[in-house]
Design a protein around this ligand. Structure first.
Ligand SMILES: CNS(=O)(=O)c1c(F)c(F)c(SCCN)c(F)c1F
Ligand SMILES: [Zn+2]
Length: 261
């Protein structure tokens, strides 16, 4: 069968459109945020979230990233307000990164690339019965994006990094609970918001993006641990997951709104 998608030259973001035509859609993510072109929207509200420490259940290496998967069978961890109507249930969180500390975020701000980016994924549990259905709808998902700058050691992140050696190969997973995803948020919850998509195939255009203005930091050693994960399964020739970031996509007929002046 044809190689599935990935991040190498032969199967990376530049050729995803061959298998996933939505790659050339008109509300693709990520985007390059230009602060001079965003519009302050006085009707945007502060973000409101409440996360239950026991929602996270496992951490897994899915081959193109590692993710902390949460129990989303009931409304225990939700995101509300901000640009959203109704409440969105926490599903999972994961990171994107690059081969060096110089780039690896997906969203960029005024041309600035960050070392990595955290995505906290939620789905509209008021309107849709499950994540898979919500992911097909224009208002189905809400993802909080947090930019990660290389710098100071990040101690809440270290709890996640400590288990990465146990999920080195694609398909491996380990129990991971008693964790508060908001421990990874920066102090300011100022955000930009726009309508976009998943940034991996199938690139579904179902995401209300909420990108926090203030980056968090992680040390170079912590970022290097991300790159030591393997995109190969156990028993296969080892290949490191050096980068899993999609470059910015055309804004087309979209506006980015700011919660702050
Ligand atoms: C925005 N980042 S992303 O890479 O496109 C991405 C993922 F990696 C995800 F894993 C999920 S959850 C669906 C799988 N269980 C998601 F909604 C999502 F949008
Ligand atoms: Zn992501």
């Amino acid at each position: 069968a044809r190689q599935s998608w990935g991040y190498q030259d032969h199967n990376g973001p530049e050729v995803w459109h061959e298998l996933f035509p939505l790659a050339n859609g008109d509300r693709q993510s990520p985007i390059a945020i230009k602060s001079s072109e965003v519009k302050y929207d006085p009707f945007l509200r502060p973000l409101s979230f409440s996360y239950d420490l026991t929602s996270p259940k496992v951490i897994l290496n899915c081959g193109y990233a590692f993710s902390i998967e949460c129990d989303d069978t009931e409304d225990r961890s939700v995101l509300r307000a901000g640009p959203l109507k109704g409440s969105y249930r926490l599903r999972q969180l994961h990171f994107h990164w690059g081969p060096t500390d110089d780039y690896g975020s997906e969203h960029t701000v005024d041309g600035l690339e960050f070392a990595a980016e955290l995505h906290v994924v939620h789905w509209n549990s008021e309107k849709y019965p499950c994540f898979v259905d919500a992911a097909q709808q224009p208002d189905g998902l809400a993802i909080v994006g947090v930019l990660v700058k290389a710098g100071e050691h990040n101690s809440p992140l270290q709890k996640v990094i400590n288990v990465l050696d146990v999920i080195k190969t694609k398909g491996s997973q380990v129990a991971f609970t008693n964790f508060d995803p908001s421990s990874l948020f920066p102090e300011s919850l100022d955000y930009w918001t726009y309508h976009g998509s998943l940034t991996v195939p199938p690139l579904l255009e179902s995401v209300i993006w909420i990108v926090l203005r203030q980056p968090i930091t992680a040390s170079s050693e912590q970022l290097a641990t991300f790159r030591s994960l393997l995109c190969s399964a156990k028993g296969e020739p080892a290949c490191c997951l050096l980068s899993n970031c999609r470059p910015p996509q055309p804004l087309r007929n979209r506006h980015v709104r700011a919660f702050f002046h």
